[in-house]
Ligand binder design. Sequence first.
Ligand code: NAG
Length: 205
Amino acid sequence: MKTSALVAALLSACATVSAAPVPTPPGIPSGSTAKSQLAALTVKTAVDDGTYDRDLFPHWIEQGSGCNTRETVLKRDGTNVVVNSSCAPTSGSWKSPYDGATWTAASDIDIDHMVPLKNAWISGASAWTTAKRQQFANDLTRPQLWAVTDNVNQAKSDKSPDVWKPSLTSFHCTYASSWVAVKSYWALSITSAEKSALTTMLNTC
Ligand SMILES: *[C@@H]1O[C@H](CO)[C@@H](O)[C@H](O)[C@H]1NC(C)=O
């Protein structure tokens, strides 16, 4: 290969690498936008009266073309994801943004609700219709659904950011911005402890 051809090939390879998008959910606001949204959220005590039930938020619904919400997120946020005719991933890799781990089996990935269903229930969603709760639980437009390490999703469970944060501190800005964007769009309240944790995290942006 001539030097010029080699240089061109190398440049083209570099361009491919740098142009590769980092797959993330849509709708993540900038830190400054998230701070404005946070300031506008209603702060009040969340009361867990024991009425929450996961079935009150139907998921994962079909999204068209034979894929449900979970499969749609796996395709969206993985790399080189191949699915079979039932839209189940048969190969691909997923980098979990909460802890930085990479997995090559979809079974190691959970789709996390950024704002957990139970947290939504105790911060306003108990007054919604089931149809609205279904939209929330399958929201592909806001940064609500994240493909993450299954154990990390289970450790987070229904915890708000004053109680649980992702281990990667470099992700705290994006995490808090996404949490606030979801609560803002869906007009859910926050507690004062939650607001304080989110403020600290947004200060890393
Ligand atoms: C697709 O893969 C899933 C998971 O491995 C499997 O359960 C399902 O039967 C497969 N569907 C088809 C049509 O091959």
